[in-house]
Design a protein around this ligand. Structure first.
Ligand code: PSU
Ligand code: MN
Length: 313
């Protein structure tokens, strides 16, 4: 039987020396972006993390093992093999047992990161409560994981394909603080603001690290959401955003898309409807999140090393 986890040399070394590490997911590669944009995004995120003096740990399932720090070859394999399974908390075990290939969602990546001592994770946008969830019951396992796994997730909010007010309500119910980095407004992924408020605004990485550190020391056992709006230069125009969102939603109903296929379908429709602008915005916000996550991981590691901040109760 395989070991459940295996590590790249760089990640193993960083973890052993308590150097800052940032977890990265792979569902955005296999299901979130069209090929080869997914590969380009994954490499760009790793580069951003390295440039901010932290170690990237891109996570995926290969041959029955959760790889923490996949190689370039493994990234290509995940991105180019048809039918790679999108894994969340409910199907992760089955994909491992089958020995096949799996990309990890926010939920699965958070779990793998936490089990291996990684505190900070960068992604684009989290899953949440879908519109029409009252009928479909479709609520992302990302929320389950945030309510159960003490990892800080840096994101540009949740995609507006979701029901954002209900997503925020659920985060509050689960005990997940939503910290806005230089914003009072919960970001809407392609747009900087949703009109909904975050729990608490922080002005700097130092303030962010203090709040995240305090949350972990409380021992609540839940995650933290760091809301980092897309840079203004890459924000999608309001008009395009509204039109594309409506049309994508209508297409989804027309095609009767359900379950795990919903998020990838909507992302692909948005790409087509915006002439690729959604992908450009997605790449810009991903890079920004990777940078902030690396800075946060660095600050948390420095605080722990100086003994003035434990990360556990
Ligand atoms: N948001 C994006 N791109 C993505 C995803 C979210 O902008 O690719 C992926 C993430 O991996 C997230 C998952 O965890 O979609 C959520 O899927 P679902 O709604 O089926 O839980
Ligand atoms: Mn779902």
């Amino acid at each position: 039987m395989n070991e459940l986890y295996s590590f790249s040399e760089a990640v193993a070394h960083a973890l052993a020396t308590r150097a800052p590490v940032v977890a990265l997911e792979t569902t955005l590669v296999t299901h979130g972006l069209p090929h080869p944009d997914g590969i380009a995004a994954a490499l760009a995120l790793e580069e951003e993390v390295r440039q901010s003096s932290a170690t990237p740990a891109t996570i995926g399932v290969l041959r029955g093992t959760i790889r923490i720090g996949i190689t370039r070859e493994e990234l290509d394999e995940l991105a180019t093999t048809p039918g790679v399974c999108k894994t969340n908390l409910s199907n992760l075990a089955a994909v491992i047992a089958s020995g096949g290939l799996g990309s990890t969602t926010v939920a699965a990546t958070m779990h793998a990161a936490h089990m291996n001592g990684i505190r900070v994770f960068a992604t684009g946008g989290i899953g949440g409560v879908h519109r029409g969830a009252a009928e479909s019951g479709d609520v992302s396992a990302d929320l389950t994981a945030l309510g159960r796994v003490p990892v800080a997730v840096v994101c540009a909010g949740a995609k507006a394909i979701l029901d954002l007010p209900r997503t925020l309500e659920m985060l509050e119910t689960l005990g997940v603080p939503v910290l806005g980095l230089e914003t009072d407004d919960f970001p809407a992924f392609y747009r900087r603001a949703s009109g909904l408020r975050v729990d608490h605004r922080v002005e700097s990485i130092a303030e962010l690290a203090a709040a995240v550190g305090a949350h972990f020391r409380l021992g609540l056992g839940t995650g933290v959401l760091v809301a980092n709006p897309v840079p203004a230069a890459a924000e999608m125009s309001r008009d395009l955003y509204d039109r594309a969102l409506q049309a994508a939603q209508a297409d989804m109903q027309l095609h009767g898309i359900r379950g795990r296929a919903v998020t990838p379908f909507l992302l692909d429709r948005l790409r087509a409807l915006t002439g690729g602008e959604s992908v450009r915005t997605n790449l810009a916000l991903l890079r920004h999140n990777a940078r902030v996550a690396a800075q946060l991981a660095t600050e948390l590691a420095a605080r722990a090393a100086h003994g003035n901040e434990r990360l556990t109760p």
